[in-house]
Design a protein around this ligand. Structure first.
Ligand SMILES: [Zn+2]
Length: 83
């Protein structure tokens, strides 16, 4: 039986997971299914559902622009120097 999280509980989980990567700023958690605005220090604000943010363990960077940059870096570093 899922219990409803409070904003404080969500904030604690969010900070434990995204400390230094994303900020909550003034956003208020309402429910797991509702979009919440989070702030990427590099790219600015974007929205995701609260449950998606906490559920996705594969990515420490839920910011779509950070993900793009990380992919580009991987491709660049995999590229041999002599080419
Ligand atoms: Zn970003």
């Amino acid at each position: 039986m899922p219990t409803k999280k409070t904003h404080e509980e969500f904030k604690a989980e969010f900070e434990a997971k995204f400390d230094g990567v994303l900020e909550l700023r003034g956003s208020t958690y309402k429910s797991a299914r509702e979009n919440i605005s989070v702030y990427c220090p590099k790219h600015g604000a974007f929205e995701k559902t609260a449950s998606a943010l906490l559920r996705d363990n594969r990515s420490r960077h839920p910011c779509p622009n950070c993900v793009k940059e990380l992919l580009v870096e991987e491709v660049n570093s995999a590229w041999p120097d002599y080419l």
